[in-house]
Design a protein around this ligand. Sequence first.
Ligand SMILES: CC(C)(COP(=O)(O)OP(=O)(O)OC[C@H]1O[C@@H](n2cnc3c(N)ncnc32)[C@H](O)[C@@H]1OP(=O)(O)O)[C@@H](O)C(=O)NCCC(=O)NCCS
Length: 279
Amino acid sequence: MSLRGEREPESPEVPRPAPREWSPDIDVPALALHEARVWIVDLDAGLAPGEDAEAAEPGAELAILSADERARAARFVRARDRRRFARCRAALREILGRLLGEPAEALRFRAAAQGKPELDHPPGGDPRADRLRLRFNVSHSSELALIAVCRGRELGVDLERVRPILEANRIVASFFTAAEQAEFAAIPAADQDLAFHRGWTRKEAVLKAFGMGLSGLSAQHQTGFGSTELTPQFTPARPVHRVDPWLLWEAAPRPGFVAALAVHAGEADDSLPAPLIKP
Ligand SMILES: CC(C)(COP(=O)(O)OP(=O)(O)OC[C@H]1O[C@@H](n2cnc3c(N)ncnc32)[C@H](O)[C@@H]1OP(=O)(O)O)[C@@H](O)C(=O)NCCC(=O)NCCS
């Protein structure tokens, strides 16, 4: 683990990621190399007037999903969750498809070693092809999703709706460093729900960037809880913006939600998984 302090200059090569509201009829401008962008997807948008958000089934989105994705959508017990899953996956396909200049329904995904989804590409294909350089990560919570994309750098994103977590103290004791535990204990009780979710999304964004998911949860990556004010724009996490090889930003994309984004800080060639850049 390497931690660097507040004074470290931000990487000049990774501009602050810009959040954008997703709508199917919106333009998706090309991404510059190393540029990260986060699409905010309202998973309950697109309902007809008076339509019940709990009961409405997925609609046109299903047409661009793969058979596997449609089957996965169908496995959700509640109509609301079927629709939200389909809308999120359709938005991901639309965004990546437009960035690649390929039909959304033609995209194929695969899972990296620990389950992180990435774009599939033909074996033996050009390892520097756009399809491979285009990295993405998705997070959803309640009616909101974030789709983070970057050209040439790996990344991870996490979103949480802030709510009381009864197990917060136990989770902090298990998966946060001694310094973080002391920091959390000093936070007034009234502020702990927000602080916990900030700490949690920071850690999960890093774990998702590594591609580990929750199985990688440990007190290894010191991300802290953060006390600076959150804004809808992503701002560098403070006091530590860099955690291991990742630059960490956080935001409140909507009132009541917190999000963190980890983007690889290194040179482009270091930022993509080695087996992919050297097949
Ligand atoms: C991936 C994981 C971190 C997601 O956490 P979460 O807070 O529930 O969900 P989020 O909304 O933030 O992220 C979900 C998205 O992360 C992405 N994702 C899945 N596996 C991932 C991985 N290993 N690394 C990074 N991203 C991953 C997917 O795009 C997923 O979207 P989808 O559900 O629409 O397919 C978590 O489910 C996990 O660790 N899974 C692997 C281990 C596992 O399944 N354990 C069983 C439960 S303990």
